[in-house]
Ligand binder design. Structure first.
Ligand SMILES: *Cc1c(COP(=O)(O)O)cnc(C)c1O
Length: 472
């Protein structure tokens, strides 16, 4: 399988090149050159199989010829061994046709673990085979950073630099990043928003001297490998609910459009999906874009679901590329518009194609709070604020008369957001095992201004020190 860039000016690359690069050198995002097709029988056969077996079946065509089957199997087993639920991603039923897919049983209690744990195993494997070092840089609105730090900590050949918006992540999220005692981990509190942090990381990738010298490797959801790994739970959950012989709708709390894009890709592989529902908090650029065709960046509002406090939804570029007939020229024009005037308009044809598959709903803060209280009271399910955005959007989506089962992606454990839970229900969630002792551990992080060159100098100096140590 080869991988191509949405901007059309970078050559197609192999899986391992795509894995290590993250962003394409022309500034675009990688996509598979073609989508392998799974037969209905193959999908039906997933029912009753383990998460690991389904992952192996789905990922094999994407890594064929580069990662040997036995090695892939070993990495998949190791990646999910630390999950606190044997099913990895179990379904919970809330109502006759309503389910929550629990994606929060990994070590950092958010769905990012499902892809990040496997990503770290693969990157480590490839770097060892090549005898290389790499520098992981990522921007986080909270959960990606924690998941990356947990997955990569202690790996000798990678340095990890995570930028998060100073003062805009929850205490639990921050402590999960800043209390890990490993020399290769460098959390950076940046004085800006998540979008500033993401822009800074993108600029570093476009700075080719720095990129080559430090062997920069991106682990944000701009890294396609993560999205490929996230397809797995769409298949496992659909198989349990009677797919492929019954269509399933998925409601996805969305920020950077990565998780829901994985659902769209699962559909391209042959999974019968009815509706894909985009659920946003009051940072509603995607909801506005689907409703009006105008993708226009506004300022970021901090909310109780900080992992979705995003205005520039990077992975939307991938859907735009697909719905514009994979025309890289058009994509370059749209992205130039975004850079110059903070927005662009989607043409009627592609907009129609998007609306044919996606619905989009925005959930305001009071609704999220009400939803946490209501689902706790009515079903005994304690939803974190991100999952609650999904549940609330489901109430709006149901009005669009669909009889297919609705699966809401449960993206985080409520214990990560105790303040929001206490505000909604008057009680504090129990701290599960991985969080025990979190508030006693010592924090370690650097505060840096929202200044590209200062951040680059900092990362350069620390990364150079680590590689000198390794060489001596
Ligand atoms: C990252 C995250 C999201 C949003 O996922 P995207 O792939 O950015 O759309 C939603 N909920 C939680 C808890 C997250 O950590």
């Amino acid at each position: 399988m080869k991988y191509i860039s949405t901007r059309g000016a970078a050559p197609p690359v192999s899986f391992t090149q795509m894995l290590l690069a993250g962003l394409a050198p022309d500034g675009g995002l990688y996509l598979p050159q073609a989508y392998p097709q799974l037969s209905q029988d193959a999908i039906a056969d997933f029912a009753g199989r383990s998460y690991e077996e389904v992952a192996q079946a789905i990922l094999t065509p994407f890594v064929a010829g580069e990662i040997e089957a036995g090695a892939l199997r070993g990495m998949i087993e190791a990646a999910y061994a630390k999950f606190r639920h044997k099913a990895v991603a179990p379904l919970t039923q809330l109502d006759s046709n309503l389910f929550v897919l629990e994606l929060f049983h990994g070590p950092t209690l958010a769905f990012k673990d499902l892809a990040m744990q496997l990503l770290a195993k693969l990157i480590d494997h490839v770097l060892k085979a090549r005898g290389e070092r790499a520098t992981i840089i990522g921007a986080t609105s909270g959960d990606t950073g924690a998941a990356a730090i947990e997955a990569f900590r202690g790996l000798a050949q990678v340095g990890v630099f995570i930028l998060y918006p100073h003062g805009r992540v929850s205490d639990v999220q921050r402590r999960q990043m800043t209390t890990v005692d490993a020399e290769n981990i460098h959390p950076i509190a940046m004085e800006g928003t998540f979008d500033d942090a993401q822009a800074c990381v993108k600029n570093m990738f476009n700075h080719s001297a720095l990129r080559d010298e430090l062997n920069l490797c991106g682990v944000n959801s701009i890294n396609l490998a993560r999205i490929l790994f996230q397809m797995v739970y769409y298949f496992t959950s659909a198989a349990v609910l009677g797919g492929p012989y019954r269509k399933i709708s998925f409601v996805v709390p969305t920020g950077n459009f990565g998780d829901i894009l994985a659902g769209w890709m699962a559909k391209r592989l042959g999974l019968p999906v009815d509706r894909l529902v985009i659920a946003t908090n009051s940072n509603d650029i995607l909801t506005r874009a689907v409703a009006s065709g105008h993708y226009v960046v506004e300022t970021v509002h901090p909310t109780q679901s900080p992992s979705m406090d995003i205005q520039v939804s990077s992975n939307f570029e991938r859907l735009l590329f697909e719905t514009h007939g994979r025309d890289a020229g058009v994509l370059c024009r749209l992205m130039a518009g975004l850079r110059q005037s903070q927005g662009f308009t989607i043409e009627p044809g592609p907009l129609q194609a998007i609306r044919a598959e996606f619905d989009a709903f925005c959930v305001a803060e009071p609704e999220t709070t009400r939803e946490i209280a209501r689902s706790w009271r009515e079903t005994g399910f304690l939803a974190d604020p991100h999952t609650a955005v999904g549940l609330s959007a489901t109430r709006q989506a149901k009005a669009r008369a669909s009889t297919s089962p609705l699966v809401v992606l449960g993206t985080a454990h409520p214990a990560k957001f105790p303040a929001a839970i206490a505000h909604a229900t008057g009680m504090l969630p129990d701290l599960p095992g991985p969080l025990a002792g979190l508030f006693e551990r010592k924090e370690r992080f650097s505060i840096l201004p929202n200044d590209q060159s200062e951040i680059e100098r900092f990362i350069h100096a620390r990364a150079a020190r680590a590689s000198n140590r390794a060489a001596s």
